[in-house]
Every structure is written in C-alpha cells, then in structure tokens.
Design a protein around this ligand. Structure first.
Ligand SMILES: Cc1ncc(COP(=O)(O)O)c(C=O)c1O
Length: 412
C-alpha cells in the first residue's frame, strides 16, 4: 500500500496512558460505587461533591455576553488588543517589568508552548525539558521534528541547577542555540516551585551562555494562579529584568486553570526581550503560524477573560481563593500522612498534583498495578506516581497515603 501521509514525521500513534487509566477508574466506579474507588487520575479541579469546578464569576460573566460577541471572529490573528494587554497585566501583575514585550493569543497554554517550539527551533534541533514533565512537551517537539533532552529536576529538595547548566551547555555546543522549558511555579506533576534565588541563578547562567548563541527560556505558568502565596507568585519575574540582549523569555499563560475554562480554548504567549526588534521577530512568526493553523482565538473567550479579570476581579479572586484553600487542605492532609508513614514524594510546594518518588522502573510498574488492584487509580509518570489531589475530596485524601504505603510495603 502506498503511503498517504507525510514521510518526514514519527508515524507512531499517541499512547495515551492517562485516558486508559481514567476509563478503568470510571468502569470501577460504575461497578463498585464511587465510595469504594479512589480516582486520583483527573487533572482538573473538582469540588467536594465530585463535580468539576466551573467558577460562577467566570461563567455568569460569559453567559451575559451578547450572542454577537460569541459569534464574531476575533479582531486580529494575534488576538484582540484589549486581551493582549490584559494578559500582560495579569501575568506580571505588580512586577516592575522593564523589558520589551508582546502577547500573542493562543488556544490555551498548549498553543503558546507548541507555537514557541515550532517558531524557535529548526528541524532536528533539540528542545530541553525537565526529566519529569507534562507529556505533551515531547509530543510537541516530535511534531516539530525535534528531539528532546532532559535535565534532572531535583538535587535533593532543590532545583537541579547543575544538571540544567550541563544540558544547556551540551545543546548549545551542538546547535548554537538553546530553547529550554521551565514549568514554574506549581510544576506539573510534582508541585515544585522554584525560589527567587534559583531563578536568579538560571538568569545569570543563561546570560553567560548567550555569549555562544541565543537562549530562549519558555516558562510554562499553566498553574500559577493556584499558588499558595498568590501575592508573591510573580516575584520571581523580577529576575527576568536582568536578561541581556541575547536572551528571550516566553511565558506560556493558560486560561484553562486560571478561569476553570479548560475547553474554552484560550491563552497567550508573552514574549519578553531586551530589544523590541527581538520581540517582533518572534511575534511575526507566531502571528503567521496562528493564521496558518488555528486562525484566531474565540472572541468571547478573550472578551470574557478581560471582563472577569477587570470588572469582576475581586469577586473572581475571592471565589477562586476558596478552591486554592481547598487544594491546600487536601495536599496538607496527604503530605502529613505521607511524612508520618514514610511514603516518599518529590518536593511539593503547591499545585494540583503530588508525585510519589519511585526511581526503580520495575518497582514503579508493580506498585502502580498493585494500587489498581486495590481500586486506587493514579497516573504513572517518569520515575513516579502522579496523585491528582485537585480532583480528590478531603475524605478521599484522608488515609490515602497510609493505604499506598501499605501496598508499597507489601510488594517489596
Ligand atoms: C504543564 C502544563 N502546561 C500547559 C498545559 C496547557 O493546558 P491548556 O492548553 O489547556 O491551557 C497543561 C495542561 O494540562 C499543563 O499541565
């Protein structure tokens, strides 16, 4: 049979391990009842009654939009001007930013990340990502015909700056350019957030490295608005002001988590550089890419983001804060119990997930399967087990770490 599809691409189908386990969990719930099953697979925020959280302040505002606002095309391929400006304001908040900037509207954070990869790297170049990471980074690199190289996320309980430096240097030597993803704060799936000092070290290093070629840091902030210290959640962005001429930062912002509007595809890529000309060079490519792929972003999604974060800002923040507090309560319970029984997890500070640390691949698979057999459904990630506490009610969180430790001990 002749081939109908393009040749120069990986033809293997997507292996979606998440959906497989989600389905298994749903089948178990249907058969055994939800009180007998722990479904810690869902990566969206759920309330204490097992319902997806859809913030009233967000959707009441959306429903009040005129039908024509919903029907209309966006006013530009790179996003509505008021949206672009408000994404910038929202992302940096009160950080005194001195860099040139531009925002391109994208379908969620996914669009911002994939467009950056496609428009920064050439064919067969290498994208740098953390060794434990959101699986889509790799898929996005593959579709751009690029490889990935990983840095170790941790050195003890801290960001592994040495591994980051080593991998960046190696890639710079090979291709004369570096594009590295840092998913911070609230890293998926570990819940780690870097300190200001760690960011300062990253910036000092990339300034040095950029003598050999351009360096682009892609900061994926998908979960930033669930930071436990929201007031200081953007403080690390002060370090961005120190970049030199040959460093660029792209911040991938997503409305999915911030507004609990995952399906209403909306987000943005905030491009930051010292010179406006550098910002413009990526803006041109991203705008053309938008035009040639998704065309434009839903007009109403952009208008609603502006409305919610300006007209209803206080009410929205107040409503969201209740869920940030809830998330914290769930994670505190899990962590306290895990510490008590010696169940080891990666350094968690804030965010949707806690990830158990299992470095032996054989044990990891055995442990994951043993938990499935006891109706505890989790997601296996590289060197760990992701526990989605964002969708588990407090009563399901209670005692969970003990159950997991007991299962782990029984198979060792
Ligand atoms: C780390 C990370 N980045 C980005 C995204 C992008 O999400 P969306 O495209 O819905 O904004 C996700 C979603 O799960 C994520 O986990």
């Amino acid at each position: 049979m002749k081939s109908f599809v393009r040749k120069n691409i990986d033809h293997n189908p997507i292996v979606d391990n998440v959906f497989k386990i989600v389905n298994m969990a749903n089948e178990a719930i249907a058969k055994k009842g939800k009180e007998n099953v722990i479904n810690a697979t869902i990566g969206s925020l759920y309330d204490e009654h097992g319902q997806l959280v859809a913030l009233d302040t967000v959707f009441n505002s959306y429903n009040s939009l005129d039908n024509r606002t919903k029907a209309k095309y966006a006013s530009s391929f790179d996003g509505n001007p008021n949206f672009r400006e408000q994404v910038y304001n929202w992302v940096i908040q009160d950080t005194p930013m001195t860099l040139a900037h531009s925002v391109i509207a994208t379908p969620g954070g996914s669009g911002a990340v994939s467009s950056t990869i496609l428009n920064v790297l050439d064919n067969e170049q290498t994208l740098i990502i953390p060794h434990i990471a959101w699986g889509n980074y790799k898929s996005m690199a593959t579709i751009a015909n690029c490889d990935v190289k990983t840095y170790q996320m941790f050195d003890g309980d801290a960001f592994n700056i040495n591994s980051f430096k080593e991998v960046c240097r190696e890639v710079m030597n090979k291709q004369g350019k570096v594009l590295a993803i840092i998913n911070d704060p609230c890293h998926n799936p570990t819940g780690y957030s870097m300190t200001l000092e760690e960011w300062e070290e990253v910036i000092a290093f990339v300034n040095e490295l950029s003598k050999e070629g351009p360096v682009i840091i892609l900061d994926d902030i998908a979960y930033i608005d669930y930071s436990y210290d929201l007031k200081n959640s953007r403080q690390y962005m002060n370090a961005f002001n120190q970049i030199n001429d040959d460093v660029m930062i792209v911040v991938a912002f997503s409305c999915s988590k911030t507004l609990t509007s995952y399906g209403l595809r909306c987000g943005g890529a905030l491009i930051l550089a010292k010179e406006q000309e550098s910002v413009r060079s990526l803006e041109i490519l991203m705008e053309k890419h938008a035009r040639a792929s998704w065309s434009n972003i839903p007009n109403a999604a952009m208008e609603n983001f502006v409305k919610v974060t300006t007209d209803y800002k206080d009410e929205f923040n107040e409503e969201k804060q209740k869920y940030v507090d809830l998330l914290r309560q769930r994670c505190d319970i899990f962590k306290t119990e895990a510490d008590e029984c010696g169940l080891v997890y990666y350094p968690y500070k804030e965010g949707f997930f806690v990830t158990l640390k299992i470095e032996d691949d054989e044990l990891l698979t055995k442990f994951h399967e043993a938990m499935l057999a006891k109706d505890i459904y989790t997601i296996k990630v590289n060197k760990g087990i992701r526990v989605a506490l964002c969708s588990l009610s407090i009563d399901k969180c209670e005692g969970l770490a003990f159950k997991m430790k007991e299962i782990l001990d029984s198979i060792q």
